[in-house]
Design a protein around this ligand. Structure first.
Ligand code: NAI
Length: 691
């Protein structure tokens, strides 16, 4: 894992732990004696750290977080302490990424050189952690406190060129980083530059007395502790310590804060999400599947979803042909694509050339025949079984026999659609979320005849589109929307029982959802909800005629300026839900006609319990039925597709957090109080839902 080589009086230590040279406990146990030996060797004047495999290092090994270190365990903290004690000149020669602990190792060195295009980052905050090996103490001694906080709170990948301007790096070279580091070692003439011996840097114009103000401002800028800001506040505390305490004390404070965070619920939940995402493609038999190359894509239907899906193909570098018979719709789609790429160029995310190339790779036609040589066609026409079967029969007749045909249906039966073709093993669902080119989630839906090769291909295409793909069985609404229907059912029932929609939304927002169920209805469209309610009157419509009345009033949601809320283009650009008492009156009136008793005094906690336990119960049922493979898959669907707060780990992780049995007992109580719709899933009788 470690190799070292001397040239003259310089020792080059290479981290070599494929794929990303993770600084695992095992690697650190090897690295520490190598560093100590270099320090003891009189022939060595300077030590250079560098990485093999085209990367400096991806930082800590996340698997180690679950290993309780013993007194013998060596970590990157020990290696860094040895570097800190060292009397030789230490240089980090960075080629490729230096993340987390690796960035910290470089900060413990006296000098830092990197190749152009290398990137430095502290991603810890995304796992609910802070840099724990001196990063919070050393970075504010290299750049000012505010800058350091930005780098650690927002976790950008700082490009080498920018890091040089900020003073994080001493030199950026086009290539030959180790040679450049050797030259720097010679020039350094043995001069040490320990950051620990410097003072933290206050932002320009800030006098030391103003520090408490800067700190309190920083605390105000991040979410509250209980709403996803737990680690952020600890990070600010650590950086404050860098200013107010001597280095050694600051380091001790950082260690304490880090150790507290490693055990904290938000970090455990975020790490669960991290691992669950990496487990998604562990599907029985999939490793042996032959994913096909998709060199050309097709889309049928150039509406909202079809256009977004076409962009996904273009972004993945796959040329795509869209069949859309209506000229006006083609124009709208082209404008959407043009506008989106223009925006990306404007924001500096894409070059003009790249945007042009991607835009050019999307073609429109009215002829199905032009899809003949596609390897994968995704259908996104109206949500109607007749229309979809007709489209699939046409596709089956014209598209080459080896191609896969996918449907973006939200609710329809994949098997019934596949039966319109003679290639049902190559038919499956690829359920994108709106806006398709932005949302990361992709549900890959397996029909009863879908082959593993087809699933493997969908996962591979999803990966090239940078999606997070989750396998779902073929059930109404698949994983996400099936659970959503139970969730919104409870919200609707509570509104029918006299609780105003804005109160329900506020409770769910304070739980951590970006918006409540009623604002979400308004965003996705009341007409869409109505359409689903027609197909499944037992789900998603409530017990009253409120939804029907909204449709009659043409209150289709945000797009028509009214739904469950009012919208005013002068308030938040027409996107801000404004409480509408006429809707509350409508609920009251319709509830009276339906004979529904009013219970308006429900606490926020009870609102959350009813909505979230409905989700959990539905998720447990999907596991029992085998529609979802693992609880973690469900968590990913909800975190990436519906904004479930990631620091709560997803609905099934949350169930384990409060105790699956406790959820079960609450559901039993709900059944007694609220009716038979609350049938507790047996799985919840287990101690834990997650194995
Ligand atoms: P849309 O109404 O915006 O677009 C449908 C497009 O298909 C229209 O442009 C129409 O002209 C075209 N079309 C209809 N029949 C066609 C045919 N036979 N051949 C070629 N083109 C045809 O609908 P949207 O919202 O894009 O939905 C499409 C599908 O995606 C539906 O199955 C829907 O359930 C699903 N979906 C929608 C989501 C959403 O949030 N809108 C999210 C996920 C899935």
């Amino acid at each position: 894992m470690i190799s070292s080589k001397d040239s003259n009086d310089i020792r080059v230590i290479t981290l070599d732990n494929p794929p990303v040279n993770a600084l695992s406990f095992a690697l650190c146990a090897e690295l520490l004696p190598v560093v100590e030996a270099a320090e003891k060797d009189d022939a060595v004047k300077a030590v250079i750290f560098t990485g093999a495999n085209g990367i400096f290092s991806g930082g800590a090994d996340v698997n180690d977080f679950t290993t309780e270190p013993t007194p013998e365990t060596k970590t990157i903290r020990d290696v860094i302490a040895a570097v800190e004690r060292g009397t030789k000149v230490f240089i980090a020669a960075i080629d490729g990424n230096a993340l987390g602990g690796a960035f910290e190792l470089s900060l413990a060195c006296d000098y830092r050189v990197a190749t152009r295009g290398s990137r430095l980052s502290f991603p810890e905050i995304q796992l609910g952690l802070i840099p724990g090996a001196g990063g919070t103490q050393r970075l504010p001694r290299l750049v000012d406190v505010q800058e350091a906080l930005q780098v650690m709170l927002k976790a950008p990948r700082v490009p080498a060129e920018e890091a040089l301007t900020k003073g994080i790096l001493d030199e950026v070279v086009d290539g030959g980083v180790v040679e450049a580091a050797k030259a720097l070692a010679q020039r350094s003439e043995g001069v040490k530059r320990r950051l620990s011996e410097r003072r933290a840097i206050l932002p320009k114009g800030v006098v030391p007395q103003a520090l408490p103000f800067v700190v309190s401002q920083a605390h105000k800028m991040v979410p509250p502790e209980e709403s996803g800001g737990f680690a952020a506040h600890k990070l600010i505390d650590a950086v404050e310590a860098a200013v107010t305490l001597p280095f050694a004390y600051g380091l001790a404070r950082e260690s304490r804060l880090f150790d507290e965070l490693v055990r904290s619920k938000p970090s455990l939940a975020l790490r669960h999400v991290f691992f669950a995402e990496r487990t998604l493609n562990k599907i029985p038999g999939l490793a042996q599947a032959q994913a096909r190359t998709v060199a050309k894509g097709g889309v049928v239907g150039g509406g909202t979803m079809g256009t977004g899906i076409a962009i996904c193909f273009a972004d993945a570098g796959i040329p795509v042909t869209v069949v859309e018979p209506i000229d006006e719709q083609v124009e709208r789609a082209k404008q959407m694509i043009f506008g989106m790429y223009a925006h990306q160029v404007q924001r500096g995310r894409l070059t003009q050339e790249e945007a042009w190339k991607r835009g050019q790779s999307v073609e429109f036609t009215a002829e199905y025949g032009e899809l003949a040589d596609c390897d994968l066609v995704v259908e996104a026409v109206f949500e109607s079984m007749d229309v979809k079967r007709d489209v699939f029969a046409k596709l089956d007749a014209v598209v080459k026999p080896s191609a896969m045909l996918a449907t973006n249906t939200s609710t329809l039966d994949i098997d019934e659609i596949a039966a319109a073709t003679k290639r049902s093993s190559q038919v499956l669902g690829m359920h994108f979320f709106a806006p398709a080119n932005i949302m990361k989630l992709l549900e890959v839906v397996r029909g009863s005849a879908t082959s593993l090769d087809a699933i493997g291909t969908a996962f591979a295409v999803g990966k090239s589109m940078r999606k997070v793909s989750v396998l779902s069985g073929n059930a109404f609404g698949f994983i996400g929307n099936r659970m959503l229907l139970d969730y919104v059912r409870e919200a609707l029932y509570m509104a029918e029982e006299g609780l105003p929609p804005y109160r329900i939304d506020a409770a769910m927002k304070s739980f951590g959802f970006p918006m409540g169920p009623f604002a979400m209805f308004d965003l996705s469209g009341i007409d869409v909800a109505w359409h689903i309610a027609q197909a499944r009157p037992d789900l998603g419509a409530g017990r009253t005629k409120v939804l029907q009345r909204l449709v009659e009033m043409k209150r289709f949601g945000q797009k028509t300026g009214a739904g469950y809320y009012r919208y005013d283009k002068n308030v938040g650009g027409g996107r801000e839900p404004i409480r509408d008492e006429t809707i509350e009156a409508l609920f009251a009136q319709e509830a009276q006609s339906a004979g529904i008793a009013q219970h308006p005094n429900v606490s926020d906690e009870e609102v959350v319990r009813r909505c979230v336990y409905a989700l959990i119960n539905a998720g447990a049922a999907l596991l029992e039925e085998g529609i979802a493979l693992r609880p973690g898959d469900i968590d990913i669907v909800w975190v990436y597709g519906y904004g479930f707060p990631p620091y709560r780990g997803g609905p099934m992780w949350y169930a384990d957090d409060i105790g699956a049995k406790n959820v079960y007992e609450s559901i039993v109580r709900f059944r007694k109080e609220l009716g038979d719709r609350w049938e507790p899933a047996k799985l919840l009788q287990q101690e834990l839902v997650h194995a």
